[in-house]
Design a protein around this ligand. Structure first.
Ligand SMILES: [Zn+2]
Length: 458
């Protein structure tokens, strides 16, 4: 059975690099130490262990002064084993590596001792030390990983055919993630902010997650015989999006990215010819205002939403958020200041370019010191971060505005009407559920969202 490596982040700010880690297991721990080159790590060929020890209690593993130490966390002086990393033999850099398993098959891992955030996983753990930080990498079979992603990504109450469609997306994504995690010595990470949400919980026998995984075993989406990029989102708000309308090129950062033939926006509307073309603002308004829009996803509580911003919210947050975005490497390219470089009083906000499904691609903010432009859906969503409203970002960028102005023409209030949640590219989970309720099977659902991709067995 194919095994994959999952980089553990615990959603910390420094995603895959950690200061230390505490590990425990029922019945103790078996820890083997290795020195390995990058090539050996990539090939899963660590060679002969330099030592193997059994620990009865929790272990503390950390790297200090280029040395990986493994010790009983309850004892100060005994049972400490160390490996020096960063050594060069024939110019080959060596990493200190510890492989850890428990006779119970489960390990509890945390970054701090007795942390309530400690998580329990099935499988074997690999710790890789590089000079001053460690990486924690979990080994899982692909099918176990798929079940854990289902736990994190889709409700158990959804129709089995929708869960099966999600299982195939999860399996495909593990084999072809958008972010290249090779430099992290893993296939995927456990963060929903980067890859897919990975939540390991014991599965009851015959749970929908287990059935969906077993009934789609080894099936993936392919395009030209290669695993497809199986992006998915929560709720697309009546129409999914083209890949290039939402994502930039990972390497060059150019936006829009090159189109991907099987990631094309599709209508989620049952019988409305207007929904087949490019979705404009008037159609978004119609969808938002209709009592019961005839779309696959309108049953969701995330289908429509409204955020009301006061003048104070606008003045105190938008300028601050712009100044933060422009400092971040991942977003700076998508914020274009006016010639003055200054931010004045906000006069208006307008979406000047939309994707095929109506998602904002370019937003123009007219201020008394010139016009700012913000491009790309995630940057536009983050622009509206607002602590007063407990808002990390807008749920989606499929929005239209109601702008309320004073006598001088200055913006006093902004009402943001939104549809959906997430980027809207590829399968949308609530739409998959809507299609399953109409009697479509997982294969129909996947060919609706990834029209040019095929389902194949690995
Ligand atoms: Zn990732």
């Amino acid at each position: 059975m194919k095994s994959i490596r999952i980089g553990l982040t615990n959603n910390s700010p420094t995603p895959l690099l950690h200061e230390r880690c505490y590990v425990s297991g029922k019945g103790g721990l078996s820890v083997s130490g290795f020195l390995a080159s990058k090539e050996q790590l990539d090939n899963n060929d660590l060679g002969q262990a330099l030592f193997t020890r059994v620990f009865n209690d929790q272990c503390l593993i950390e790297v200090k002064d280029k040395t990986l130490t493994i010790k009983n966390s309850a004892s100060v002086s005994t049972n400490t084993f160390s490996l020096s990393c960063g050594l060069k033999t024939n110019s080959i850099k060596l990493f200190a590596v510890a492989m850890i398993k428990s006779p119970s098959g489960t390990l509890t891992i945390s970054e701090n001792q007795n942390s309530p955030l400690a998580k329990t996983y099935v499988g074997q753990l690999m710790i890789i030390a590089d000079q001053s930080k460690i990486r924690t990498v979990l080994f899982h079979t692909l099918e176990e990983y798929v079940q854990s992603v289902l736990h994190g990504e889709i409700p158990t109450t959804y129709h089995l055919e929708a869960i099966k469609a999600q299982a195939i997306c999860a399996r495909t994504y593990a084999l072809n993630p958008r972010v290249n995690h090779k430099p992290d010595f893993c296939n995927v990470c456990d963060s929903y902010l980067c890859c897919q949400c990975f939540i390991e919980k014991p599965c009851k026998p015959n749970s929908p997650y287990e059935i969906a995984t077993v009934e789609t075993e080894k099936q993936i989406l392919t395009y030209q015989s290669q695993p497809a990029l199986a992006l998915f989102s929560s709720c697309a708000g009546g129409h999914t999006e083209n890949y290039e309308d939402c994502f930039s090129d990972l390497e060059s950062k150019a936006f829009p990215a090159s189109p991907i033939p099987y990631l094309k926006g599709v209508s989620e509307t049952l019988n409305d010819p207007k929904a087949q073309g490019v979705i404009d603002e008037s159609f978004l308004k119609e969808l938002w205002q209709k009592q019961e829009p005839q779309t696959f996803d309108a049953w969701s509580k995330n289908f429509r939403w409204l955020v009301k911003l006061s003048k104070q919210d606008l003045e105190s947050h938008i300028h601050h958020n712009l100044s933060q975005l422009i400092k971040q490497e991942d977003f700076a390219l998508f914020v274009v200041p006016p010639q003055s470089g200054m931010f004045g009083e906000i006069l208006s906000m307008n979406i000047i370019k939309r994707g095929v499904g109506g998602t904002a691609v370019k937003l123009k903010i007219e201020t008394s010191k010139g016009a700012w432009e913000v491009k790309k859906e995630l940057a536009i969503r983050k622009l509206f971060k607002n602590q007063n409203l407990n808002l990390k970002r807008l749920a989606s960028a499929k929005v239209f505005f109601d702008q309320i102005k004073d006598d001088k023409g200055q913006l006093t209030n902004l009402h943001i009407y939104g549809l959906g949640s997430g980027h809207g590219v590829g399968l949308q989970q609530v739409g998959a559920e809507g299609l399953a309720r109409l009697g479509r099977n997982y294969s129909d659902i996947l060919s609706h969202y990834y029209a040019q991709a095929k389902i194949e067995k690995i």
